[in-house]
Ligand binder design. Structure first.
Ligand SMILES: Cc1cn([C@H]2C[C@H](OP(=O)(O)O)[C@@H](CO)O2)c(=O)[nH]c1=O
Ligand SMILES: [Mg+2]
Length: 216
C-alpha cells in the first residue's frame, strides 16, 4: 500500500522527517506590549507615578504598579484601563526585527510557524485586534497561523518562544520546549535550564532553529 504523503511530511525511504513546529508568542515577542503600555499610560495619566521600562519586574504590569504604589488609590484600575482600551492591542508597535524574522522563519525549509497567544480577561477588543495586528503586520495569510488559548500547554509544538516565565496549564509536560524571549520583566527571573533568545536582530534565532531542527 502506498504511504500517504502530506505537504508537511517528507518521507525518505523508511525515514519520516517531520517539520519543526515553532510556536511564537505574540505580546513581547512580536508585539511590544510593554512599550505600548508605557506610552499610553504616561499620556493618559501624566500625574500618576510610573515605573521606568527598565525597572519592570514580573509578568503582570498591574501587579508591580499595585505593589509599588499601594498608597495611590485606583492605580490598578488606571493600569488595566490602558490595556482594556479599544485599539490598545491593535496599535502595539513591533518588537524590533520580529516581523522580518517571523517571515524568514516561515520560509525556512522543514519549519511550520504558528502564533500562540493568550487573550486578556476583558477580551472584547483584544481578540479581534490581535487578529488585525497579525493581518496588518505579517499579512492575511498569517491569520490562519493564529492559535488563541489561555492554556498554551494544550498546544502541540516542538518549541515555544515566549516571554512569560511561568507557563502552566492542564498538561504537566507540554510537547514543546520553552525558550524564554528576553524582556525587562523577566531578566531577573530564575529560568532554570531553559534557553533564552534575547532579540530578533542579532541572528541568534537562526542558530536556535537549526539546533532544534537537528533534534526532531
Ligand atoms: C495583563 C497583561 C497581559 N499581557 C499579555 C500577555 C498575553 O499575550 P501573549 O500570550 O501574546 O503574550 C495577553 C494576556 O495575558 O496579554 C502582558 O504581557 N502583560 C500584562 O500585564
Ligand atoms: Mg508574551
Amino acid at each position: 500500500m502506498m504511504a500517504r504523503m502530506t505537504s508537511r511530511t517528507v518521507h525518505i525511504g523508511q525515514m519520516c522527517k517531520k517539520n519543526l513546529r515553532v510556536l511564537l508568542d505574540m505580546d513581547q515577542v512580536l508585539a511590544d506590549f510593554e512599550l505600548g503600555f508605557f506610552q499610553e499610560y504616561r499620556k493618559k495619566y501624566p500625574e500618576y507615578p510610573y515605573i521606568e521600562m527598565k525597572d519592570r519586574v514580573g509578568f503582570f504590569v498591574k501587579d508591580q504598579y499595585e505593589k509599588m504604589f499601594s498608597s495611590v488609590p485606583n492605580i490598578g484600575n488606571a493600569v488595566a484601563n490602558i490595556y482594556n482600551a479599544k485599539k490598545f492591542f491593535l496599535n502595539l508597535p513591533e518588537i524590533e526585527g520580529a516581523v522580518d524574522a517571523a517571515k524568514k522563519l516561515a520560509k525556512m525549509e522543514g519549519v511550520d510557524v504558528f502564533i500562540c497567544t493568550s487573550p486578556i480577561e476583558k477580551y472584547k477588543y483584544c481578540l479581534p485586534e490581535k487578529y488585525e495586528w497579525v493581518h496588518k503586520h505579517l499579512g492575511p495569510e498569517w491569520v490562519a497561523r493564529i492559535i488563541l488559548t489561555k492554556d498554551k500547554t494544550m498546544v502541540n509544538g516542538h518549541l515555544l518562544i515566549d516571554d512569560r516565565v511561568d507557563i502552566i496549564g492542564a498538561i504537566e509536560r507540554p510537547s514543546w520546549e520553552h525558550v524564554v524571549f528576553s524582556a525587562n520583566h523577566n531578566m531577573k527571573a530564575d529560568i532554570g535550564k531553559r534557553r533564552r533568545l534575547d532579540n530578533w536582530t542579532n541572528g541568534d534565532w537562526k542558530e536556535l532553529i537549526e539546533d532544534f531542527k537537528m533534534r526532531i
